[in-house]
Ligand binder design. Structure first.
Ligand code: PEP
Ligand code: MN
Length: 377
């Protein structure tokens, strides 16, 4: 059960105390106060966990300070929408707003390789107005003989260079708890010149201990990637571990699922699930066209498959894109075959803008019930 509190209710206020006193009549029910920043106000909720079936909803609803009472199933109770008109949530990190409305492109190499390449990337991103990047220092590789990432050693210069070129957030994968500590320590040592979004890769989508670890800290948001062989239901339940640990600053990422039916793409593209995640959860949704497609093949019209699938996500309202690029893809240490050149990235950005505009026009026209308005003026 979730009790949504009125905006006048203070954390130490008498309303919460009285509700708590009432709930003491129901043994075994644990209460957790959850707070998050909505667009116009701080939203406070009481999350009741345990045997809540005997709690009379109507009585709680009538209590002072209660705005709404929602019975939720045990499934993804914190990240879920539960068919209720919750205040739309999102979060802000390092000056960047993440919600179900906006769109941010995180571009960069699969893995950090040389300082020269990292600097060239940040410099280029800045030149096209991007403040968000992707790059891995810890790489989970299919073969033990492949480059595993520089690890902690590269963090000081990556962070310094990010600061130099105004990069506000980098999506960076972590594979175990120690990596979270290393990133936190190195960020602090460098004077926090940039921000990090902790990425949970598809291979760790059900590593519940790691999910609890990224969930038990609140300094850095989490980008959770759908498991490559998991249903949406399984992935959302796993993602809930992050929120249940206390961190609700989560973005859910679609990156394709493993199936021979996806061939010749690396994975079967699942961006049709963008609106599904919007409907089922309160989370912003990311798409990863690079790992979905896995090549730089193009259609007869010249547009890369990566562009086409990204467009499929954006036309459905995706809020973030993770895309691989490299100053010299052919010499990249990881995933060069699917990395865009800078020139391609620039075109990609223009294409995304076109499609985003089309998405907005679709939504607007639909809301006015005037689909004919979609025709060009
Ligand atoms: C990545 O984004 O660097 C990555 C390894 O992706 P995934 O976990 O989706 O394979
Ligand atoms: Mn990669």
């Amino acid at each position: 059960m979730i009790i949504i509190l009125g905006k006048e209710v203070e954390p130490q206020g008498s309303e919460i105390r009285r509700i708590r006193e009432f709930l003491e009549n129901f043994p075994g029910v644990n209460i957790r106060i959850v707070e998050f920043q909505g667009e116009t106000r701080t939203v406070r909720e009481m999350h009741l966990i345990g045997p809540t079936h005997n709690i009379p909803e109507e009585v709680v609803k009538a209590m002072n300070g209660v705005e709404q009472v929602v019975r939720v199933s045990t499934k993804y109770r914190q990240i879920g929408r539960h068919d209720v008109n919750f205040v739309p949530v999102g979060f802000e990190y390092n000056g960047i707003k993440f919600d179900q409305e906006g769109l941010h492109v995180f571009a960069g190499p699969c893995a950090v390789d040389t300082p020269e390449n990292v600097e060239a990337t940040f410099k280029f991103l800045q030149s096209i107005g991007l403040q968000t990047a992707r790059m891995g220092a810890y790489k989970p590789r299919t073969s033990p003989y492949d480059f595993q990432g520089h690890g902690r050693e590269c963090l000081p210069w990556v962070f310094e260079l990010a600061g130099k070129y105004g990069i506000k957030a980098i999506a960076m994968e972590v594979l175990r708890e120690q990596h979270i500590d290393e990133i936190r320590e190195e960020l602090e040592k460098a004077g926090n010149p940039t921000g990090i979004i902790l990425q949970i890769g598809t291979r760790n989508a059900q590593n519940f201990e790691l999910l609890k670890q990224v969930g038990s800290q609140q300094e850095m948001p989490v980008l959770y990637k759908r498991g490559m062989g998991l249903t949406i239901e399984e992935s959302l339940n796993a993602c809930e571990y992050i929120a249940s640990g206390g961190n609700r600053n989560i973005v859910f990422c679609l990156r394709g699922v493993k199936s021979q039916l996806g061939a010749p793409h690396r994975n079967l593209v699942d961006f049709a699930h963008v609106p599904v995640i919007h409907r089922l959860t309160r989370l912003p949704v990311c798409i990863d066209p690079s790992h979905s497609v896995g090549s730089k093949e193009h259609a007869p019209n010249g547009l890369l498959d990566i562009f086409h699938v990204a467009a499929q996500g954006v036309i459905s309202g995706a809020n973030m894109i993770l895309v691989e690029c490299h100053p010299e893809p052919e010499s990249a240490w990881c995933d060069g075959h699917q990395s865009l050149t800078f020139q391609e990235l620039e075109k990609f950005m223009q294409d995304v803008e076109l499609v985003q505009d089309a998405y907005r026009r679709r939504v607007e026209a639909f809301s006015r019930g005037m689909v004919k308005d979609l025709t060009r003026e």
